[in-house]
Write a protein that binds this ligand. Structure first.
Ligand SMILES: NC(=O)c1ccc[n+]([C@@H]2O[C@H](COP(=O)([O-])OP(=O)(O)OC[C@H]3O[C@@H](n4cnc5c(N)ncnc54)[C@H](OP(=O)(O)O)[C@@H]3O)[C@@H](O)[C@H]2O)c1
Length: 244
């Protein structure tokens, strides 16, 4: 067995949204980057998780308090990885046709899948430094690709992920000027066995459904290869670029 070289990433890492993929990403970062202190943040974690920060991304006062909570850790911020998102929930179902479009469902989709990641970036920006490398990654979805949309449906989720892509692409351009060592990445995890995908898994071949641990391993591997020159990329779990 080939031994993996430990990475040189050091400092503080924040994983937001410790759901199926987020919790596995936090564990994978701890495994592969021993010099990172990994914190998780969310509304609530899985029963055995060690959620360190209470953070509702749709609550402005939580976001306002985030930079001081992170600063109190006394370490340079190296990574923020947004693993939050929502496809369905109480009163929220992905639309199959136009007549199922509903204003409040669209607002919910955009609130968490599009606005939350850019507001998270705004909240942590005061911790960035021009001479320190920093990565901001956020989970998007291939179905958010407009160019790749051949089947339609899921109007709100698709559109909200496309909006996230545009917002973070803008961010990558601004940060390239202001924070030249920052890298912004939009990542598609592949279909993964979590609460989010569970109602829709009957359409997925078993060999195409990743465990959260496998998804996390692949995502972290792609993330660790990203450099400021590639900032603003929309990439799949295998490192392949996805059409906008
Ligand atoms: N699973 C897949 O097949 C798949 C495929 C493509 C893309 N993705 C994307 O991958 C990401 C992670 O999905 P997952 O499969 O891990 O889903 P998941 O298990 O449902 O996890 C989603 C996480 O987002 C959190 N979240 C939702 N609203 C929040 C808020 N306002 N503030 C803070 N956290 C909030 C949830 O916390 P609560 O428990 O508090 O709601 C949960 O921890 C999502 O962006 C999803 O769109 C997943």
């Amino acid at each position: 067995m080939v031994e993996e070289a430990p990475t040189t990433w050091a400092g503080l890492a924040l994983v937001v949204g410790p759901g199926g993929i987020g919790a596995a990403v936090a564990a994978e970062l701890k495994r592969t980057c021993p010099d990172l202190k990994v914190l998780t943040a969310g509304r609530h974690g899985p029963p055995a998780s060690s959620l360190q920060l209470q953070l509702d991304l749709q609550n402005d006062s939580d976001l306002d308090g985030l930079s001081s909570s992170l600063r109190a850790q006394g370490l340079p911020l190296r990574l923020v990885f947004n693993c939050s998102g929502r496809l369905h929930g109480p009163g929220l179902q992905p639309e199959k046709r136009l007549q199922q479009i509903d204003r409040s469902q669209l607002e919910e989709q955009f609130g968490i899948n599009a606005m939350a990641p850019i507001l998270l970036a705004k909240a942590i920006e005061p911790l960035l430094q021009r001479d320190q490398p920093f990565h901001f990654a956020s989970l998007s979805a291939r179905v958010g690709s407009i160019g790749d949309n051949r089947t339609g449906g899921w109007y709100g989720y698709r559109a909200a992920k496309a909006a996230q892509n545009q917002l973070l692409r803008c961010l990558s351009i601004e940060w390239a000027r202001r924070w030249p060592l920052a890298t912004v990445s939009l990542l598609h995890p592949g279909t993964t066995d979590t609460a989010l995908s569970r109602p829709f898994q009957s359409f997925v071949a078993p060999d195409k459904l990743f465990t959260p641990e496998r998804a996390a391993r692949q995502l972290v591997e792609v993330l660790l290869q990203q450099t400021p020159e590639q900032s603003g990329a929309f990439l799949a779990w295998d490192g392949q670029s996805i059409d906008w």
